[in-house]
Design a protein around this ligand. Sequence first.
Ligand SMILES: [Zn+2]
Length: 696
Amino acid sequence: MSETLATTILPDAQENPLVRPWQTPLETPPFDEIKPEHFLPAFEQAFADHSAEVAAITHDPATPDFANTITALERAGKLLTKVSAVFYDLVSAHSNPAILEIDKQISPRMARHWNPIMMNAVLFGRIAMLHENRKTLGLTGEQMRLLERTYTRFHRAGAGLDDAAKARMAEINERLAQLGTGFSHHLLADEQEWFLELGEGDLAGLPDSFVASAKAAAEEHGMAGKAIVTLARSAVETFLKTSTRRDLREKVFKAFAARGDNGNANDNNATIVEILGLREETARILGFPTYAAYRLEDSMAKTPDAVRGLLERVWKPARARALSDRDALQALVAEEGGNFALAPWDWRYYAEKLRQAKANFDDTAIKPYLVLDHMIEAAFDCATRLFGITFTERKDIPVWHPDVRVWEVKDRDGRHKALFYGDYFARPSKRSGAWMTSLRDQQKLDGAIAPLVINVCNFAKGADGAPSLLSPDDARTLFHELGHGLHGMLSNVTYPSLSGTSVFTDFVELPSQLYEHWQERPEVLQRFAKHYQTGEPLPEDLLKRFLAARKFNQGFATVEFVSSALIDLEFHTQPASASRDVRAFEQAELEKIGMPAEIVLRHRPTQFGHIFSGDHYASGYYSYMWSEVMDADAFGAFEEAGDIFDPATAKRLHDDIYSSGGSRDPEEAYIAFRGRDPEPDALLRRRGLLETPEAA
Ligand SMILES: [Zn+2]
């Protein structure tokens, strides 16, 4: 602690519930006391504290060592981490106009705060010196990894550049932060502004559970007594699968596909052009030929060619399968006397019909057995059987919305391990999609800190207190997000920046996607899939048909995904000048890969929040598939052991993957778990793509 650098205390800081110590049970954020007006002063206090802490490091006259530089950096910024975690949870899960306005102001301010730290020449000099001498410092494995990651982070942010280049980088970062926030606000606004009111005659084909949630959605929109379709993905997908009204399917589909591309105030085209230009400039300043080359250097894949190699390997059989499926769907249209060419808004509807005909299976038949509460129990139970942890609901923890539930997680010996927040239902104040995040990360730097982990989903709420019923996709999402959650909750590292999910983007989906495998197992479904009215377990033959139907329509799903990943890669490998007309670029790229005309990108550019709301998945959308190669292969370890809860395999999974966070090299961690490199064919087999007409 430096005497000369007294921290400024801003007025009213002690009254601010974000700043003063939290007296709540387990020191959780006091959501019931936090108001939007608390954020800006709390952020200013946090920025001031953090800057003073960093200045104390750079002004330290002692020779740089691991403790006074790297560890000190890890300790710095505690208040900023706290305030940010609460703020971004609200921005994404429960925003309002005041919060969104603060978000707009704070995102460039945040960049202005971080730039001088990440580009501080004195600080980087200390880090670089330690990095240079790292072999002689007597570091533990985790400390070595932390030093390497810290050096790489600063180096890649431009800490080694000259002053002019640094100044330009700072400008770019600030502008990119602003653009990313603008992108997601536009998208949210376009999603919120649109809905389709369903009259009595518009309900044909729709399952009761859908109609009930359409009524609940209308009520949320202040239209009690009516029913509406919103642009939440789960609502759109169910509507497209089941509505017999082709005209309405077309309307809903087109609105969904046009989000952010409507030429209104929410249009994202110009935002994309500017983002891509600035990213290209960043890459050049840092000495890389393209932004993708820059991003991928710091990943498991390492190069754009390696990514393209994987995507192309999957693309060919997936496209072939999709085309043959398309012909089958077109034949079904003809059989029914339809005199039209299959359009994108028909695909899900006829695919569902074909699935019912072929596999004699229908999503709506299984939905009554997939009660949200039972599926939560199932997901928890798998974690108990694999890792020995238990979940107990707590009602005394403040939350940001009354629908949020909290569980205390304890380890095998009954010791407190984490709190888990589940925020499951769609509402207008929530972004679409599903995600995991945290309010506090695990670490042991100054005593054991237990994590506060969040899962957010967008499931339809049951109307009038009826239980929420999940589609098979929803149930998979639930397990997926708990997989990320476990990565956060089981984390067992010393340093906060290596905690839990702080791993490479193309590794981070391994714990989540791997966890989905348990959801699909008969051992799990037989116990937890029970009819919401009768309590009767999922009938054996329905279960069999459900499992058989899993591989159905995988050509479509894979094409939707891989085309999005390829276009992400193209955006970031081609010169930015090539994509000045975003729509034309999209069109040209889809033609190049032979995209079937009846399928649209899973994320069209103007709604591709993964790559434009921030840079986290920019040229990184392939990561899901990269991780899938590993998860398909990793689950094989349990199958080979003959028990999906095999204790020895589960222990390795815990030690090498779920608890090690970013403290190890991911390739080395995977090999430690599996005994070898991942074998990619497991993915194609799982998706049923090895038996395509082309590959056969
Ligand atoms: Zn995920």
